[in-house]
Design a protein around this ligand. Structure first.
Ligand code: HMG
Ligand code: MG
Length: 298
């Protein structure tokens, strides 16, 4: 009894590119976002207003947001760790701002340089400002399935941060497997815990494919009713503060699987494959989407 419809949040332009060593120009990022918009995504994570000293690749975020051709009905999201980030997101006309915390204390320190409790206090002003301006608010929770620094992350820790994000007024909450270590049964336990602390319709799965488990984890999440997933075109990416973490699950692979299951996404797979070929060519390497490469070889 799987959901009939799924929303895919395309995070390639942000999560995918944030870790690239070589500078990717704003023009290329704009072209990528525009191709993804044309492919039919209703939500694209296009920008990240974080410190350029921490994540240099995202320094062009304002330029990208100014240059893209916005498709009516598509939500263009931006990461906003604090009020400085929020002001930049507001100026760039982001439709949704993303506060990002962690279920792991150790990862919170490495990624955003503060404790979980301090991060929630910082997010309060961002959340309040977002509500006042009528912007959508999303909360992302890293290391919900395991942490590169502390290892196991208890279910209670996930439930606690989900509850705090809910209390801040988040419209959607991402349960993220930052280092791709989860397996299907564990995924179901974490997703059920998260849904219990929030609401099932607002829970999304953000899976990295480091251990090759991402599609299985998505299927396992579908079985418990989760209907929002994040993915990255061509499987781009990795987190700068999670050593060895590879990209998100590839969008092409997710759309291929959902198409086969008869689940509606509104996304044109051929156009996603084209967008993946475009960015792979720009980066000078072959994309890692299995479905994408198979379709390109046809
Ligand atoms: P900090 O150093 O603790 O903060 O950084 P600060 O307030 O002391 O500021 C220090 C400097 O940063 C100042 O500049 C600020 O102006 C500047 P200086 O005076 O030294 O020249 N600054 C900013 N500049 C631009 N935009 C801003 C901003 N804020 C401060 N918004 C901070 C705290 C959170 C800013 C920093 O740690 C940071 O930017 N971290 C980046 C973390 C990041 O982007 N990680 C990757 C994204 S999360 C992710 O990928 C996980 C996810 O995909 C889910 C998953 O898979 O797990 C979402
Ligand atoms: Mg991520």
């Amino acid at each position: 009894n799987l959901p009939k419809q799924v929303k895919i949040v395309e995070v390639g332009p942000r999560d995918g590119l944030q870790n690239e060593k070589e500078n990717v120009s704003a023009a290329v990022k704009i072209e990528l976002v525009d191709r993804l918009s044309r492919a039919g995504f209703t939500n694209i994570e296009a920008a990240s207003f974080v410190s350029p000293k921490w994540v240099p690749q995202m320094a062009t975020s304002a330029e990208v947001m100014a240059g893209i051709a916005r498709r009516a009905g598509t939500i263009y999201s931006a990461l906003t760790p604090n009020m400085q980030g929020f002001e930049a997101a507001l100026a760039s006309k982001a439709d949704e701002v993303v506060i990002f915390g962690s279920a792991s204390e150790a990862f919170s320190q490495k990624n955003i340089n503060c404790s979980i409790a301090e991060s929630i206090a910082r997010f309060e002003s961002v959340a309040k400002a977002a509500k006042e301006r009528g912007l959508r608010l999303r909360g992302s929770i890293s290391c919900s399935f395991g942490c590169p620094y502390q290892g196991e992350v208890p279910l209670d820790a996930v439930a606690d941060v989900v509850g705090r994000m809910r209390d801040l007024g988040c419209d959607e909450i991402d349960i993220a497997d930052t280092i791709g270590v989860s397996t299907p049964r564990k995924t179901q336990a974490v997703m059920e815990t998260a849904a219990h602390a929030f609401r099932l319709e607002g829970i999304s799965g953000h899976f990295h494919d480091t251990y090759g488990q991402a599609l299985a984890n998505i299927y396992a999440s579908l079985e418990v009713g989760v209907s929002i997933f994040h993915s990255s075109v061509s499987g781009l990416g990795g987190c700068p503060y999670a050593k060895g973490a590879t990209g998100n699950v590839a969008t092409e692979d997710v759309v291929y699987m959902l198409n086969g299951l008869g689940i509606e996404t509104g996304i044109d797979l051929d156009q996603v494959v084209d967008a993946g070929a475009f960015i792979s060519q720009q980066l000078g390497r072959k994309g890692v989407s299995r479905a994408g490469n198979a379709l390109l070889a046809k």
